[in-house]
Ligand binder design. Structure first.
Ligand SMILES: Cc1cc2nc3c(=O)[nH]c(=O)nc-3n(C[C@H](O)[C@H](O)[C@H](O)COP(=O)(O)OP(=O)(O)OC[C@H]3O[C@@H](n4cnc5c(N)ncnc54)[C@H](O)[C@@H]3O)c2cc1C
Length: 457
């Protein structure tokens, strides 16, 4: 009886507990299964960049699985409910003894897994979920009173304690499974509603490319990451987000070389590696917030009082933002980078998101959705967390009265106009009239937030 490895957000051999456990089954044979659910992905606002990167990474993973004698079956259905049925059908058809998968945090995904568990129990097949997206499972990091943390810094302190105390799991060497007489399915290049993305030529999918990217970053840029990470004109961050988003690399694989080089306590690491570790903890934090607060998956603001905010309906302003035509050259450059590459520098994500939610006073959920459709690294918890931070609606967000002035940000973080020149066609400083007055719209946003506060107090 083979084990079934249901692959979801974990397209890698290394640091993959579901794979490790599947390979330890009594019969030593494993079947891989990936279920494409374009209908559910559409509902979740995924776009072609993310889906193309995922499918290409899956193709690379298929060849790694082949070396372990694991055939990969690919099924295309519409919804999560269809996926639950398919998993049971495949497991029953091949008389699998159990199904292994990585744990996912979204409400819809959890409902799907609940249904799979029931269906499999009905036919006597075990279902095992393994933590594989986070370094530390969210239920292991709690306050002294057993509640969840709401603010990043105390979360990180508690997280670091766990990190130092438990250490990282050892590297597992896999021996190939016993071969099965089952043919692998081809991985599609595109799906209904998700045409292959032309921007993919800029990105190399799969785990091996992720490792190359990691090694390049660790070999040098990480040393000055604490300084360079804020500069969109410098290639100073790892750009690993697309691979982390589809699980082509685990955060554990990212941190292990740093623990080996600098020891177990990140507080004693040099500034560059220490700051980078902290960013990976932000990634953990937003998953943690999502796990402990179902509101997040329902696209509700974490700060309930902000539900009273009177967001503006401004189709022209939104279109100008989406297309990089706001006349604020730093904002437009960020949007052009996104549209052309599927990626945007973190500082630029903050600037563009704050401009939309404060200067245009447009509901953050519109921006969140636009990013989801265009980002190659789209990751629901990080995107939601970033947007709620910028909109001042999040659990640990920018205070509503601290509003970036994008022109000031440009002077600080793009001092030589390099970034703006690179991404704005025909750029020359300050030649286009901005669609809004930054001072007046800042005042308007603060008033709107104050008003919402008054309504709820
Ligand atoms: C409005 C907004 C939307 C965002 N949407 C996404 C998204 O859809 N997907 C996504 O992966 N990140 C998102 N981020 C977080 C961050 O901008 C990106 O992770 C980062 O820019 C990716 O570049 P990098 O890989 O070079 O990061 P590095 O600086 O090298 O950091 C390493 C890794 O840490 C994680 N990370 C870094 N910063 C953050 C952060 N602030 N929050 C959460 N994780 C972080 C990422 O996985 C990143 O790859 C968003 C931020 C904002 C403000």
């Amino acid at each position: 009886m083979p084990e079934l490895l249901w692959i979801r957000n974990d397209l890698r051999i290394a640091d993959n507990p579901a794979l490790t456990m599947a390979l330890q089954g009594t019969d030593r044979s494993v079947i891989g299964l990936f279920v494409c659910t374009p209908g559910a992905w559409k509902q979740d606002d995924w776009g072609s960049p993310r889906v193309t990167f995922l499918l290409e990474s899956l193709r690379e993973y298929q060849s790694s699985l082949r070396k372990l004698n694991i055939p990969l079956l690919v099924r295309i259905v519409d919804s999560h409910a269809d996926a639950a049925r398919v998993v049971q059908d495949v497991a029953s058809l091949h008389s699998c003894s159990s199904v292994h998968a990585g744990l996912e945090f979204g409400l819809h995904e959890q409902a799907r897994d609940q249904e799979v568990a029931t269906r499999l129990a009905d036919v006597g097949i075990a279902f095992h979920l393994h933590h594989d997206q986070m370094v530390i499972p969210p239920e292991n990091v709690l306050t002294k009173t057993g509640t969840s943390f709401k603010v990043f810094t105390p979360f990180r302190n508690a997280w670091n304690k766990q990190f130092i105390g438990s250490g990282l799991p050892p590297v597992v060497e896999h021996t190939p499974a016993d071969p099965l007489d089952i043919a692998s399915d081809p991985v599609p290049s595109e799906l209904d509603g998700f045409p292959a993305w032309a921007g993919m030529s800029r990105w190399n999918p799969g785990h091996h490319a992720a490792l190359r990217q990691l090694n390049r970053f660790l070999s040098n840029p990480i040393g000055s990451y604490h300084v360079d990470r804020n500069r969109p004109d410098i290639d100073g961050s790892s750009s690993l987000s697309p691979w982390l988003a589809v699980g082509a690399i685990s955060p554990i694989s990212c941190l292990r070389p740093l623990v080996q080089e600098h020891g177990p306590d990140p507080q004693h690491w040099p500034a560059g590696p220490g700051t980078w570790q902290s960013e990976l903890v932000w990634r953990e934090f937003y998953r943690y917030v999502m796990h402990h607060n179902p509101r997040v998956s329902m696209r509700m603001p974490m700060q309930e009082w902000t539900e009273q905010l009177q967001w503006r309906k401004d189709d022209d302003g939104f279109a100008a933002w989406c297309e990089g035509r706001t006349g604020i050259d730093i904002v437009d450059a960020g949007m052009h980078q996104l549209l052309e590459t599927g990626w945007m520098h973190n500082r630029m994500r903050m600037i563009t998101a704050m401009f939309l939610t404060k200067n245009l006073l447009i509901d953050w959920r519109h921006g969140e959705r636009f990013f989801a459709r265009h980002l190659v690294d789209y990751d629901f918890p990080s995107n939601n967390g970033g947007w709620q931070w910028a909109a001042s609606t999040g659990t640990d967000a920018a205070p509503y009265f601290r509003i970036f002035n994008p022109e000031r940000q440009a002077v600080l973080f793009d001092p030589d106009h390099e970034y703006r020149q690179r991404w704005n066609p025909g750029f020359s400083p300050m030649t286009t009239p901005p669609i809004v007055n930054l001072v007046e719209t800042r005042r308007r946003a603060i008033e709107a937030f104050k008003q919402a506060r008054t309504v709820t107090s």
